[in-house]
Design a protein around this ligand. Structure first.
Ligand SMILES: O=C(O)CCC(=O)C(=O)O
Ligand SMILES: [Fe+2]
Length: 187
């Protein structure tokens, strides 16, 4: 699919920039497989007659590595910053880049996953297309931990090592609003 092809090219560039921001070689995150395992999820939020009574999507952080989000012209996405919700207004031709919990772990909290939600709206429908990067399938059975180059005496690991498959099983089997999987691995 054409869109998928372009998203993968963009992700490659973003992972280069993110690697450099961590003072690593530009291909570090991609060579680990972070730029692989892209799944596309489309959301349709119908117009809501009583938006004060509900939400389009509950508060959460994305559990994977990174998400690239395309939204139509209807505002609804909000991010949590300093305990306040801020609208992420759609920008024509723009994509939202969300850091996920796995990138927070890889970077030892240098990058923080963002808590977000979607409000319900009288206007609508709101449509969004999220591309989630969860990593190469080969990473599933391997130990997953903070990138070792980022660990030092002054910056000790903040997460235990774990097997990615177990983490994903936790994410997929946890009831809504339960403890996020990342919290099980905090030191
Ligand atoms: O619809 C949106 O804008 C956000 C979707 C989202 O956060 C998700 O699928 O995880
Ligand atoms: Fe999300």
């Amino acid at each position: 699919m054409e869109y998928n092809k372009h998203i993968n090219i963009l992700a490659e560039t973003l992972f280069k920039l993110l690697s450099e921001a961590l003072c690593l070689q530009p291909d570090h995150l991609s060579s680990m497989g972070c730029n692989k395992g892209c799944s596309i999820v489309s959301h349709y939020y119908p117009p809501c007659p009583e938006p004060e009574l509900t939400l389009g999507l509950r508060k959460h952080a994305d559990a994977g590595i990174m998400a690239l989000l395309l939204q139509n012209h209807v505002t609804g996405l909000q991010v949590l910053h300093d305990d306040q919700w801020f609208d992420v207004h759609p920008a024509r031709g723009g994509l939202v880049v969300n850091i996920g919990d796995l990138l927070q772990i890889l970077s030892n909290d240098k990058f923080k996953s963002v808590k977000h939600r979607v409000t319900a709206n009288r206007a609508g429908p709101r449509i969004s297309v999220a591309c989630f990067f969860s990593g190469h399938a080969d990473m599933l059975e391997e130990p997953f931990a903070t990138i070792k180059e980022l660990i030092s005496e002054t910056n000790p690991p903040r997460y235990k090592e774990f097997v990615l498959k177990e983490y994903i099983d936790k994410v997929l089997s946890s009831p809504i609003d339960s403890k996020p999987a990342i919290d099980y691995y905090k030191l």
